[in-house]
Design a protein around this ligand. Structure first.
Ligand SMILES: [Fe+2]
Length: 166
């Protein structure tokens, strides 16, 4: 199920909204590949998505701390979804492009359902608080600080949970 970003998905912060938009683009692209049984660049796309998820979760936590939002529930959700994501990635890559239509539906629904519930149920809890700040508010003020392109994904996991990837 292809997801489209609308204003209803806005959580009241420019950086987080733009990351959600990017995640939607990536997830829609991966879903089309899964539906087309196209495994040629699936591995790279999944790695890139995993990395973007880690960066996004680091940024959300950083923002939550800056506005004093209690983040425990969100953090649990992030940990859970990364674990599920890794399981799905391994399963899917092991199939090397050979899967049934129902498996394709199952895997692509996992990603789009997760994204929608992540934004609507978890991140939306921060919206009332975020709306008391400027839409472009960012801790430290420099958007450049949201980039973590130098570190490896393993380092991002360490930064997130103080423990290695599951
Ligand atoms: Fe988010």
């Amino acid at each position: 199920m292809e997801v489209a970003w609308t204003k209803q998905l806005s959580v009241g912060n420019a950086v987080i909204d733009s990351e959600h938009q990017n995640l939607i683009v990536m997830i829609n692209r991966i879903e089309s590949m899964i539906k087309a049984n196209d495994a040629s660049s699936l591995s790279q796309e999944l790695e890139q998505l995993e990395r973007s998820l880690c960066i996004h979760f680091i940024n959300e936590e950083r923002l939550a701390k800056a506005v004093n939002f209690p983040f425990d529930q969100n953090k649990q959700e992030h940990k859970f979804v990364l674990k599920e994501f890794q399981r799905m990635k391994e399963e899917l890559l092991a199939k090397k492009g050979v899967w049934t239509d129902s498996a394709a539906t199952h895997y692509s629904n996992f990603l789009s359902d997760w994204l929608t519930s992540h934004v609507m149920r978890e991140d939306m809890l921060m919206k009332p608080l975020l709306q008391t700040y400027d839409y472009k508010f960012w801790p430290g003020g420099k958007e450049g600080e949201t980039n973590y392109t130098a570190g490896s994904t393993a380092n991002l996991y360490l930064q997130l949970f103080d423990e290695p990837a599951p």
